[in-house]
Design a protein around this ligand. Structure first.
Ligand code: UGA
Ligand code: MN
Length: 251
């Protein structure tokens, strides 16, 4: 089966660094198809060039998050759901371009997390929805499913424990055929904070049907890392002295 890795991404000073790291992780994974979806009005050259040079199999999409849903720089990062329209756009692409004859699995991989290549082999053979723990998330060292007798019987979580599927986006993968057989299943842009993952999974599976991976959910092979916002305040200073950084140099 092909692993369809769906990544929402948006322009910011460290975007190229994030995408370089992720693309080079994916190079180590056989049979991946990267669906990169820009949160922008158009495909940007920065991303197009990066993909063209990546040696990966990829699809480059874009959709701008509606202004009412878009975060302002001053908003705390959790105020609005992020990457929702972009992931839904990728789902739409899969419905249009893949059929039940195509064997695959879909993984929603944000551009800032850290992925071991091991997690991709864990998810490759997914019947419906496979799950595993994610490191450094939910205010804990890790959050993840609790497994007894090979079945998910609950979740290790401390935050909004009443969530139907209290898991981070990086902690599950969905079989392509399951998604294709549910054409109306999408992420809910209006989902309450923390309920985005549940808004998709709720219409696809029950907790009892989840397939535990990563040695019965005891191995951490993906981390919810977040990149510190780069400080660029010296740019203004040099600019005033007409010695600003060369705009032709792409960072
Ligand atoms: C957590 C989860 O790990 C995300 O999967 C989930 O989408 C998010 O919460 C949420 O509740 O919406 P967090 O690290 O806080 O993630 O979110 P980001 O990594 O900042 O954003 C998730 C993805 O959306 C990233 O791939 C990012 O590049 C993209 N994004 C973010 C956009 O496409 N547009 C934006 O304006 C912001
Ligand atoms: Mn993130």
């Amino acid at each position: 089966p092909v692993i369809y890795v769906v990544t929402p991404t948006y322009a910011r000073p460290h975007q190229r660094a994030e995408l370089t790291r992720l693309s080079q992780t994916l190079l180590l994974v056989p049979d991946v198809h990267w669906i990169l979806v820009e949160d922008s009005a158009e495909r940007t050259t920065l991303v197009a060039d990066l993909l063209a040079q990546s040696k990966l199999q990829y699809t480059h999409l874009h959709v701008q998050t509606p202004l009412a849903m878009k975060m302002k720089d001053s908003d705390p990062n959790w105020l609005k759901p992020r990457g929702v329209e972009q992931r839904n756009k990728a789902l739409h692409w899969l419905h249009e371009n893949r059929s039940s004859r195509d064997h695959g699995v879909v993984y929603f991989a944000d551009d800032d997390n850290t992925y071991s290549i091991k997690i991709f082999e864990e998810m490759r053979y997914t019947q419906k929805v496979s799950v595993w723990p994610v490191g450094l998330v939910g205010g804990l060292r890790y959050e993840g499913p609790l497994v007894t007798g090979g079945k998910v019987v609950g979740f290790h979580t401390a935050w909004k424990t009443h969530r139907p599927f209290p898991m981070d986006m990086a902690g599950f993968a969905v079989s392509l055929s399951l998604l294709l057989s549910h054409p109306n299943t999408q992420f809910d842009p209006n989902a309450e904070r923390g309920f985005l993952e549940s808004s998709l999974l709720g219409s696809l599976v029950t907790v009892g049907e989840l397939e535990p991976k990563a040695n019965n959910c005891t191995k951490i092979w993906v981390w919810h890392t977040r990149t510190e916002k780069p400080k660029l305040k010296q740019e203004d200073l040099l600019e005033k002295q007409r010695k600003g950084s060369d705009p032709k140099i792409v960072v």
